[in-house]
Design a protein around this ligand. Sequence first.
Ligand SMILES: Cc1cc2nc3c(=O)[nH]c(=O)nc-3n(C[C@H](O)[C@H](O)[C@H](O)COP(=O)(O)OP(=O)(O)OC[C@H]3O[C@@H](n4cnc5c(N)ncnc54)[C@H](O)[C@@H]3O)c2cc1C
Length: 338
Amino acid sequence: MDRAHCVIIGNGPAANSAAFTLRDNDPDLRITVIGEERDHEYRPDLLPDYIAGKATEEDLFIGKSESYKGHDIKLRLGQRVVHADFQQRELLLEHNEVVRFTGLIIACGAKPRIPEPLAVFEDLMLTLKTPADARLWIERLARVDTILIVGGDLTSLSLTKALLHLGKRVVFMLDCGSFWPVPFSPELREQVARKLTEHGVEVTECTKIRRISRISDHSFEVATDRRTMVVGILGAFFGLVPNVKFLAGSGLDIERGILVDEYLKTSRENVYAAGDCAQVYHPEIRDYWVSIGYTNAVELGKAAALNLLGDMVAVNVKRESILEVDGINVNSSWWMEF
Ligand SMILES: Cc1cc2nc3c(=O)[nH]c(=O)nc-3n(C[C@H](O)[C@H](O)[C@H](O)COP(=O)(O)OP(=O)(O)OC[C@H]3O[C@@H](n4cnc5c(N)ncnc54)[C@H](O)[C@@H]3O)c2cc1C
């Protein structure tokens, strides 16, 4: 009989934790990690410091690739899963290769959200999720002085710290729909606006962006309902949404993320989901919650791996630590001071 083959989609903290947990507990299992990005695993929390010049590439990359080899885990980078067939137990990769699995852990994380009214300007805006995004920020920042940030999630605050460290002028259009993963309140908006102002950021009213025109390679004119300004970079920060589009039509139960029970099991046999892409059932609140943050991802990855191997590790999140944000239950292990 063929050797059991567990495939993990993703190469972030949830995926890494799952891969090493599988290996630690089953020396014979064939394990493959498939990650869309070309970069090895990195610390997303250090991306703003990397932009600020306070962290190096060496700090950013965790160096697990050697460790993967040493643990007989096959790592496939720069390969995107575009379809999953749970009946045949097959994944289709973008370059048309089919990968078969006996067990699957989906740890495909989340990507920056651009709200519908701004989607038309998407190509003109920078976000920050990957080292490739960070490199683009560094390249553009070398030539510009003023940055307009629209939104206001935790990533934007980390990035603003970096921009101020670099001596840049930051104009912040603080949007009330964007405090993800913190629930919005007018008090919170005031508090954040005050802190930003204290740090030298120009906080501007949240109004509709009417037009963005490229003036040169390094400047844009942005016209809102109230004013027109010339900026070098436009950054959009409205939180993250699970990367689950490629699973639509696969038969997996998906709401905002992939629906799993408290053991991280999906509606399909031997298929688990962990990290930012999962929406986990909480028996006490009788509803699902979304996970945010590095520590959460590592813990969920570990639990999913153990359960795939036959354990029954329930994910235990205290009811009080689940917050309702924009109608979504969220548990975040990521908080920061500005
Ligand atoms: C700039 C920034 C700063 C942050 N700072 C902090 C912090 O200070 N503290 C904290 O706790 N959290 C922080 N976070 C959040 C934290 O990084 C995430 O919660 C965590 O990375 C989630 O881990 P994950 O493994 O679920 O997903 P991700 O880290 O998003 O990894 C998903 C992986 O799946 C891959 N993938 C996606 N789709 C496919 C596909 N179709 N095929 C193949 N591969 C695919 C991606 O390439 C990636 O490798 C930060 C996030 C950002 C963006």
